[in-house]
Design a binder for this molecule. Sequence first.
Ligand code: 5GP
Length: 201
Amino acid sequence: MRNKRGTLLILSGPSGAGKSTVIQAVMQRRENIYFSISCTTREPRPGEQHGVNYYYISNREFEQMIQEDAFLEYAGYVDHYYGTPRKAIEEHLSAGWDVILDIEVQGADIVRSKVPEAVSCFLIPPSFQELERRLHGRESESEEVIRGRLARAKEEYRQIPEYDYLVINDVAEQAAEEICAILQAAACRVSQRQEYIEGAI
Ligand code: 5GP
C-alpha cells in the first residue's frame, strides 16, 4: 500500500484577519498536522517566539538561504522578507501529515504553480471596517505600519478569485471548523484514495 501524502494547505489573508488564532484552533482539532514555520526578517512582536511563530533571521541569512534554494517560496511584504523553508514541508507531506502554510498572495501564487495539488484558502474578517478595527486594537504597530498593511490588504482582496475557498473569520472556532472540513474533503479526493481502487481496476 502506497504511503498517502498529506495535503498542503495554503492559508492567506490580510494581516489582522486572525490567521494565527484560527490556525491554532485547527491544529487542536486535527491530528498529524504541521504548521510550517516561516523565516522572516521582521522583528518579533510581543509574545512571539523564535522557532514557534517564525524563525527571525537577518537579511544576510535570508539571502544566504535564497542562494541555497532552501525556500519553497519567498516574498517581500511591507519592507521585510518572508520565506517558507522547503525541507520540513517535504518531510511532513511525505510522512502523510497535512501542512499549513500561512503565506501572503505572491507566495501563494508561487506555491500553486509549484504544487498544483495544494489547496488554497483565503481568510477575511466579516468586513473591511472590522479589519481596520482589529489592526488598531493590536497596539504593537505604528499608525504608518497599520496604514501600509491596510493598503496591502486592499491589493490582496483582488487576488481572492485565485483561491479555492473563502473563509469568513467572525468567530475563530467556526472558521477553524470550516478549514477542518476543507482538509477533510481534500483527504477524500480520489487522488488521495488510490489504495482503495488499486488492484480492482
Ligand atoms: P506578519 O508580519 O503579520 O506575521 O505577516 C505578514 C504577512 O506575511 C502575512 O500575510 C503572512 O501570511 C505572510 N507570510 C508569513 N510567512 C510567509 C512566508 O513564508 N512566505 C510568504 N510569501 N508570506 C508569508
